[in-house]
Design a protein. Structure first.
Length: 231
């Protein structure tokens, strides 16, 4: 009668380190290098105001740590389940401000897995595609809808017989929508706020100067609303 062995006990008899020292060093070094490349591309292609040095360094850490995790797991199913149970205790509450940042996290994770398992060919092909796609999307500004939108604010003297600013808006702006109108200076002036889209050949500086020269118009302020609109 054959004796049945416990898979966990059998796994315990295996060598804890299935990788040689040289393989460990090479895998960790390659994972770190791949993480540095991903973080460098992220920094070069980042847009907006949500840039974080901590997140950039995290991309390197993710790649390195995942490679270590993959070497710890090796071919052991029991270690994999034990590691999942241990990591489930940790809760990550960091909010990713940009959805594109998530893709860089996954890239570091996948590259770390490839390096940690010794699949250097896949890691090399993957990092080339990640770098090329990221740079091409950044250079072409893919998916962006460009609009020259501004918020225009100025003060107008109500004692004027006409409203010359309307003619300037009609000739210089492709679209002008009144957002706010409020009395100022005990009713002698009105402060107007417009959401405008300038013509392609109209420079913002020239537009504000032309508007400021009009009779009754003062305190002209042109605020950039959005340069890149995502839907």
């Amino acid at each position: 009668m054959a004796l049945q062995t416990n898979p966990l006990q059998a796994d315990a008899t295996l060598d804890l380190f299935s990788y040689s020292l040289q393989e460990m060093v090479v895998n960790a070094a390659i994972a770190t290098l791949l993480g540095l490349l991903v973080s460098t591309v992220y920094r070069a292609t980042h847009k907006g105001l949500s840039y974080s040095q901590s997140f950039t360094q995290t991309l390197v850490w993710v790649s390195l740590i995942v490679s270590i995790v993959m070497m710890v797991i090796g071919a052991s199913l029991a270690r994999a389940f034990a590691l999942v149970g241990a990591l489930s205790i940790i809760r990550f509450r960091t909010v990713v401000k940009d959805t594109k940042d998530t893709s860089f996290v996954f890239a570091s994770l996948a590259l770390g897995m490839a390096a940690g398992t010794g699949n250097y060919a896949l890691a090399g092909v993957a990092i080339v595609f990640v770098v090329i796609v990221a740079l091409v999307l950044h250079a072409t500004n893919f998916g962006a809808l460009q609009k020259s939108e501004f918020v225009l604010r100025f003060l107008f003297d109500q004692s004027q017989d006409n409203t010359p600013y309307l003619e300037v808006l009609k000739s210089s702006a492709r679209r002008a929508a009144l957002l706010n109108l409020e009395p100022s200076g005990e009713g002698a002036f009105i402060r107007l706020t417009y959401d405008i889209q300038l013509q392609r050949d109209i420079e913002p500086e020239a537009f504000t100067q032309e508007l400021s020269k009009l009779a009754g118009v003062s305190e002209v302020v042109l605020i950039v609303s959005k340069n890149d609109v995502d839907y």
